[in-house]
Design a protein around this ligand. Structure first.
Ligand code: HEC
Length: 169
């Protein structure tokens, strides 16, 4: 059941139901991470069609963190991350050419913004994803949807303040 819900409301599901979510309630607003391509590049991950999470988050992921969260990332704690920390995930299509995985066009930009009070129901993180990385196209309508579409999959990472990324020298 959970798997189905995630399938429906997950990353791909959200992208497909874009038209069904015309407005975003102001109370759950997560700002677009303007200028994030100039932040610290944390790591990258390619989720191929062979992955069980391909339907939800398939693509080439390039993760960034802002200056506020960088010291905690580098030290591997102590957690939680300070309020004001922002992680952004620049998700691109990719193709395989002669055995090389080649970055393609932008699929989406996802974000996690830390504000322990404001986003208390989702581990103190505000979750949002923008279709095609377009700031005018946020896809998560409210915190309730963020739980199913994002937070359930990040919950096992609780010991690391719900983030997957670690500093890779
Ligand atoms: C099926 C599981 C799954 C779902 C659903 C999911 N994520 Fe993630 N997310 C991951 C994984 C795995 C990583 C690590 C990627 C990497 O290390 O390159 C990640 C990384 C991230 C990061 C970078 C910070 C970190 O945790 O390392 C952000 C930001 C993020 N996700 C936002 C979101 C948002 C917003 C949603 C909902 C729209 C979402 N995620 C849904 C699995 C998921």
């Amino acid at each position: 059941m959970l798997r189905r819900l995630i399938g429906i409301l997950g990353f791909a599901g959200i992208l497909m139901s874009l038209g069904a979510v015309p407005t975003i309630s102001a109370g759950d607003d997560v700002p677009f991470p303007n200028g994030f391509r100039d932040w610290f590049v944390v790591n990258s991950m390619i989720v191929t069609k062979d992955s069980p999470i391909s339907a939800q988050i398939g693509g080439m992921h390039i993760i960034y963190v802002n200056a506020k969260g960088l010291p905690t990332l580098k030290m591997g704690g102590p957690f939680p991350y300070p309020d004001g920390t922002v992680f952004a995930d620049d998700v691109h299509d990719f193709s395989v050419k002669d055995g090389s995985y080649v970055e393609g066009s932008k699929k989406a930009v996802t974000v996690m913004v830390k504000d322990a009070k404001k986003y208390a129901t989702t581990g103190g993180w505000g979750f949002q994803v923008w279709a095609g990385g377009d700031p005018s196209k946020p896809l998560v309508p409210d915190a309730a949807h963020a739980i199913q579409a994002c937070f359930v999959c990040h919950t096992p990472q609780q010991a690391q303040d719900y983030t997957f990324s670690t500093y890779i020298p």
